[in-house]
Design a protein around this ligand. Structure first.
Ligand code: GSH
Length: 296
């Protein structure tokens, strides 16, 4: 192997930011599908390949070529740091004199993703249509039952992983971060986060990826399936009641999008529409693959 091999999961914002960093650094690498399976046995060939048979694994990962010391990187930011260090202009994504600022925006991106994942997992455990929105098209019979069960297991795990003792404080922190980000890009002539910086860093890559992921909640939900319509209706009513109590009579109907079942994320996104646009445009302008990224 003479090139690094990135294991990439298309819906994963952590995979996006690793790939974006590799592309921005001009690294030549092989991009392979991440061997995710809801079942341990299905994951076995992939786990064997990366030498992690029993540990918890997350996407993305990157195998390094033996000529460069070999090894496996298991974190998106480690992949980005490796890419930056091996680029023809090292220090562009992580400028040595601005590491604290880059880290500040990385923390903001991770806090947003953590809040988003928790609320999505909690909503998905109540609203069957959110589970269905995650499934590949065309499933029926036993494969549909198994796929729904698997997605629910994932939601259960994410709800535990991202559980917060003080969810309100986390939401306040994310709102403050996004307000600061909106002010920073508005004040920068090239719409970057680091004042005075003239090129894209990992700060923009991480925050834009997180915002683009969060914006996916605006996608319409699939219609309720017959077997799950009772639960879906009760959740839709709950979502409608929440919206009505927030004074938004127009949306006090059945849940149409994931955002209708995720009041905290919905409120954040409504507060910062210009930042969502910034995230979309930043991915489109600074990353060839960003043009085809899912957007709201
Ligand atoms: N800190 C890791 C987090 C990666 C991560 O959580 N990836 C998600 C996919 S978007 C995952 O694999 N989650 C599965 C799990 O948490 O069990 C990174 O930045 O690479």
């Amino acid at each position: 192997m003479s090139q690094p091999e990135l294991f990439y999961l298309p819906p994963s914002p952590f995979s996006w930011r690793a790939k974006w960093a590799l592309d921005a650094a001009g690294i030549s690498y092989k991009c392979s599908p991440y061997g995710f399976s809801p079942f341990y046995l299905g994951e076995l060939p992939f786990r064997w390949r990366i030498g992690k048979l029993f540990e918890r694994i997350t996407a993305p990962m990157m195998l390094l070529p033996s000529e460069q010391g070999g090894g496996l990187l298991t974190d998106s930011t480690d992949i980005a740091r490796w890419a930056d260090a091996h680029s023809s202009s090292p220090g562009q994504l992580f400028p040595a004199d601005r590491l604290k600022e880059v880290d500040r925006w990385l923390q903001a991106a991770d806090a947003l993703l953590s809040l988003f994942r928790r609320e999505m997992a909690e909503a998905g455990l109540k609203e069957p249509r959110i589970v269905d929105s995650m499934l590949p098209p065309g499933l029926s019979g036993l494969s549909l039952v198994v796929a729904r069960y698997s997605v629910r297991c994932i939601f259960q795990r994410l709800a535990t992983k991202y559980k917060q003792d003080d969810a309100a404080a986390q939401a306040d922190q994310v709102a403050a971060d996004l307000a600061a980000a909106a002010a920073a890009v508005a004040a920068h002539p090239a719409k970057l986060l680091l004042p005075g910086s003239s090129q894209l860093t990992y700060a923009e890559i991480a925050l834009a990826s997180a915002l683009n992921k969060a914006a996916e909640v605006n996608k319409p939900l699939p219609p309720a399936a017959a077997s799950s319509s009772a639960a879906a209706n009760s959740t839709a009513k709950a979502a409608g009641a929440a919206a009505a109590s927030a004074g938004d009579a127009a949306s006090a109907a059945a849940a149409e999008t994931m955002a209708d079942c995720m009041p905290v994320v919905q409120q954040l996104l409504q507060q910062f529409p210009e930042l969502l646009q910034w995230a979309r445009e930043t991915a489109q302008q600074h990353w060839a693959a960003g043009a085809s990224m899912p957007s709201s």
